[in-house]
Design a binder for this molecule. Structure first.
Ligand code: HEC
Length: 178
C-alpha cells in the first residue's frame, strides 16, 4: 500500500518539477529573450513627418485661413481622410471602404458626389459636425476645425460635383463655425 502511494507521489513530484521548470523557462524567455510587442506600431499620426519633403514641414494648425484650399492642405487632408473616413468611404472616396459592404444606405461616393444634405462645402462642413441621422455617417465634431477643412478640401479635389459656394461666404461661415 505504502509502496503504491510512494510511486504515485513520485509521479506527482516529477510532474511538479516539470511544470516549475517549464514556467521558469517560459518566464525567462518572456523577460530575457522575447523582443516584446510594439503596441505603437500601427498608430498613424497625420501630423507625423513623411518622406515627402513638403508634407514634412507643413503644419496645418498654423494655417491662417484653413477654409481656403492649397495643394499642401489637400495632401494633408488626404491623410486625415485616410485615417478617419476611408474605412467606409474608401481611400479614393468612392464609397467602397472595407466596412461599406453591409451598410444601408451606402457611404457616399465622393467622386460621384450625389449629395443629399445640400450642395457645397458649407453643407459638407455641417454634415461633418452633425452627421446624418438614420445611417452610419456619424458626427466628426471631435476633429480639429482645421482638420475638418483639410478633409473637405481633399473631397473637393476628387469630386466631380464641386462646391459652388462663394469663397467670401465660406470665409464668413468659417469665422462662426466651431
Ligand atoms: C462608419 C462609416 C462612415 C465613416 C467612418 C464616415 N462616413 Fe461619411 N457617410 C457614411 C454613410 C453611410 C453615408 C451616407 C448616409 C446617408 O446617405 O444617409 C455618408 C455620407 C457622407 C457624406 C455625404 C453628405 C451628402 O450631402 O450627401 C459626406 C460628405 C461624408 N459622409 C463625409 C465623411 C467624412 C469626411 C468622413 C471622415 C471624417 C466620413 N464621412 C466618415 C458612412 C461613413
Amino acid at each position: 500500500m505504502s509502496d503504491a502511494s510512494d510511486v504515485h507521489n513520485r509521479g506527482g513530484f516529477t510532474a511538479f518539477i516539470f511544470a516549475m521548470v517549464f514556467v521558469f523557462s517560459f518566464f525567462f524567455y518572456l523577460v530575457v529573450i522575447h523582443p516584446g510587442v510594439d503596441l505603437g506600431e500601427n498608430v498613424v499620426d497625420p501630423r507625423a513627418p513623411t518622406k515627402d519633403g513638403a508634407a514634412a514641414v507643413f503644419n496645418m494648425s498654423a494655417v491662417k485661413e484653413p477654409w481656403t484650399s492649397t495643394p499642401e492642405i489637400i495632401t494633408y487632408g488626404a491623410k486625415v481622410f485616410k485615417n478617419n473616413c476611408s474605412v467606409c468611404h474608401g481611400n479614393e472616396g468612392k464609397g467602397d471602404g472595407p466596412s461599406s459592404a453591409s451598410m444601408n444606405p451606402k457611404p457616399r461616393n465622393m467622386v460621384e458626389g450625389k449629395w443629399t444634405q445640400g450642395e457645397g462645402i458649407i453643407a459638407h462642413y455641417n454634415v461633418l459636425v452633425n452627421g446624418i441621422k438614420g445611417g452610419s455617417m456619424a458626427s466628426f465634431q471631435h476633429l480639429k476645425t482645421y482638420d475638418r477643412w483639410a478633409i473637405l478640401h481633399f473631397i473637393e479635389s476628387i469630386t466631380q460635383n464641386k462646391s459652388k459656394d462663394d469663397p467670401a461666404k465660406v470665409a464668413e461661415f468659417a469665422k462662426t463655425a466651431n
